[in-house]
Design a protein around this ligand. Structure first.
Ligand SMILES: C[S@@+](CC[C@H](N)C(=O)[O-])C[C@H]1O[C@@H](n2cnc3c(N)ncnc32)[C@H](O)[C@@H]1O
Length: 260
């Protein structure tokens, strides 16, 4: 088979989010599972405290390995389905100028570019490897080539708090699981203010994330965005909150900048 044939069969790789955390879950889970097996196979559970210890280790190992699998599945499967559902909310003309904030390896950026004919999709990112595995401009452009949208995609290194674009340049702005990575509340506020600055009057902002949902809605409403809708999947919300001890839960906010 020719090299070009092999290349054309390649699939895009959108990476794993928070790879360090996923590694900790898998490594921790395996170590705890080994401890559990050592007790069961070599020590025995002849006294009560050993029964309790073995039970705790079994539960802990199940939890850690389960979390590792869950996070990897979210990155590799769920996010792709969510991406299509989220982008499907927009009635695309095909000539839009799109900005994906924190584009990573291009999940939303490329999804949007696939819906364009004459428009263009821009992605910005700081390429922080703690937030996504092997993210880089090259990896994103490679995925764009595989998905045959590289003629409609441009990536830049930029911080979402200081977007290097003119005012009112974009018809659609997306941001998927990015803004929560900024630690300080005032910086998250600044990031959303920047998004609003570069959004055209009448343009659509879609912000999907896993923390601070009510803060974002308040900020958008205070900044004058309209048609703000917060979408939460109730069952998933409960499950993810429970397994993350209330830390995370995914949601999508859609809003519009008033027409001039
Ligand atoms: C969890 S990843 C999500 C990437 C992509 N949106 C996706 O869903 O596949 C978060 C991304 O945000 C980027 N990021 C973090 N802080 C940023 C900042 N201040 N400005 C721009 N990008 C940032 C990281 O480098 C990373 O690629």
């Amino acid at each position: 088979m020719l090299d070009t044939d092999l290349k054309s069969k390649r699939r895009p790789d959108y990476g794993i989010d928070a790879p360090g955390l996923v590694r900790i879950f898998f490594t921790g889970g395996l170590i705890v599972a080994l401890l559990f097996l050592t007790i069961i196979l070599f020590v025995g559970v002849s006294v009560l405290w050993l029964v309790i210890l073995a039970t705790v280790l079994a539960i802990l190992s199940f939890y850690l390995l389960g979390m590792g699998c869950f996070m990897a599945y979210e990155s590799k499967v769920t996010k792709l389905k969510d991406r299509d559902a989220i982008l499907g909310k927009i009635v695309w003309r095909g000539d839009e100028t799109v900005l994906d904030i924190g584009c990573g390896r291009g999940l939303m950026l490329i999804g949007a570019a696939k819906r364009l004919r004459t428009g263009k999709a821009f992605g910005v990112d700081l390429w922080l490897s703690r937030d996504q595995s092997a993210n880089s401009p090259e990896a994103t452009l490679d995925n764009a080539r595989i998905e045959k949208v590289d003629d409609r995609v441009e990536v830049q290194t930029a911080d979402m708090r200081k977007l290097p674009f003119a005012d009112a340049m974009f018809d659609v702005i997306t941001s998927y699981w990015v803004v929560h990575n900024v630690e300080k509340a005032e910086d998250r506020h600044l990031a959303i203010t920047q998004m609003l600055r570069v959004l055209k009057p009448g343009g659509v902002l879609i912000l999907a994330d896993i923390e601070h949902r009510h803060d974002y809605v308040d900020i958008m409403s205070n900044l004058g965005l309209i048609d703000i809708s917060l979408e939460v999947k109730p069952v998933k919300d409960l499950i993810v909150k429970a397994i993350s001890f209330g830390s995370f839960a995914p949601f999508v906010i859609t809003a519009r900048k008033p027409a001039a």
